[in-house]
Write a protein of this length. Structure first.
Length: 300
């Protein structure tokens, strides 16, 4: 089980769901971001040996003054092989293949961990196996830590019919600019890439993402979100309410993936029941538009 997580052996898209939402590495790998030697993030006083922070056990903590003391489930430490900070970053705002959890209600995060553990919510490659090896106490401490953080704007949403040509890299499962250059039609997709591949690779929480979305998505998304009364449950300005998560400023790719998963039934924890009838009515283009609009809103 743990070996599979290391090898990322089980990266499959649930039947019939659009593969662009799942960051499955392409077969052809034209290049990789080279991260070697001692590395540093701009504005950080810290330095790390690239190989030490490359795995999932020892995430770098570039800006320790920006967050409270973090539990070992997040930072790594004895017995922790999958430190939350490595994929979710110390800020909680996360790489695109994961999910921004900064400032989300602790109870909501704890519940998601329980769903991954029971299999009610499926991510066989990552969170399923991780939740199974994380103790309830570690999950609780990690959830309380991430809940205490204040999210900042972490994604720029740009409407375009012709985004740059990209591919999904094996390293970190990040979408990257294709070395051939040029553009390609966006089609019915969200194309999300790191603002700066090197800084994303070294897990710098100050370096976010760019989401290219089809023209018209923002206005259409806004209309759907207003008509859908999302704020009734997700709070004023969609910043979260009680145990219901924030939607504002989440990365469009992540929101789209989660909406597809809810609609498909691969995210089916009990708590998600109120969402079921809502997503049942959404088309693929609705999901793209809604996710784009939500990503364009200020998170805090
Ligand atoms: C190796 C990378 C990795 C590590 C380490 C990791 N996660 Fe995740 N996490 C992911 C991915 C990928 C997803 C998206 C899964 C999906 O699509 O359902 C995710 C999603 C989540 C979600 C769902 C959030 C939401 O709003 O839907 C929670 C909660 C979560 N992770 C908590 C944690 C906690 C707590 C830890 C540490 C104990 C942790 N994760 C460690 C990769 C990781
Ligand atoms: C009746 C209440 C209700 C309404 C209305 C509602 N939601 Fe939700 N939504 C929830 C609850 C509750 C959850 C958390 C589910 C859980 O705990 O697993 C949720 C979760 C989500 C998530 C997953 C977030 C994450 O971090 O993984 C997304 C995305 C979402 N809702 C989008 C929407 C959108 C878009 C609308 C409007 C079209 C909407 N919701 C309307 C109750 C609602």
């Amino acid at each position: 089980m743990v070996r599979d997580v290391n090898a990322q052996a089980e990266l499959t898209v649930p039947a019939g769901l659009p593969d662009w939402a799942f960051n499955i590495p392409d077969k052809a790998q034209p290049w990789g971001v080279k991260v070697e030697g001692v590395v540093q993030a701009p504005g950080s006083s810290k330095k790390y040996e690239a190989t030490k922070i490359a795995g999932n056990a020892n995430p770098p903590d570039w800006y320790p003054d920006e967050h409270p003391a973090a539990p070992k489930a997040v930072t790594g430490g004895e017995g922790i092989r999958f430190a939350c900070g490595s994929c979710h970053l110390m800020s909680g705002q996360s790489h695109s293949e994961a999910m921004d959890i900064a400032g989300q209600p602790a109870a909501y995060l704890i519940r998601q961990m329980a769903y991954y553990k029971s299999g009610a919510r499926k991510d066989d490659a990552r969170m399923g196996p991780i939740a199974k090896v994380t103790s309830d106490e570690d999950a609780k401490q990690a959830a309380e830590y991430f809940a205490s953080l204040k999210p900042r704007a972490f994604v720029k949403v740009i409407e375009t019919a012709t985004p740059p040509k990209t591919f999904i890299a094996t390293a970190g499962r990040h979408r990257q600019l294709h070395p051939d250059g040029g553009t390609e039609p966006i089609g019915h997709r969200i194309i999300q890439i790191p603002e700066d591949p090197f800084r994303t690779e070294i897990r710098d929480p100050h370096s976010g993402f760019i989401a290219y979305v089809p023209p018209g998505s923002l206005a259409k998304g806004e209309a759907l979100v207003k008509a859908g009364s999302c704020a009734a449950c997700h709070g004023e300005s969609l910043k979260g309410k009680g145990e219901v998560p924030r939607l504002a400023g989440l990365q469009p790719l992540q929101v789209a993936r989660q909406l597809f998963d809810i609609r498909h039934g691969s995210s089916a924890g009990e708590g998600v029941a109120p969402m079921k009838p809502i997503v049942a009515k959404m088309t693929e283009d609705d999901i793209i538009a809604i996710s784009s609009y939500l990503g364009s809103l200020p998170p805090a």
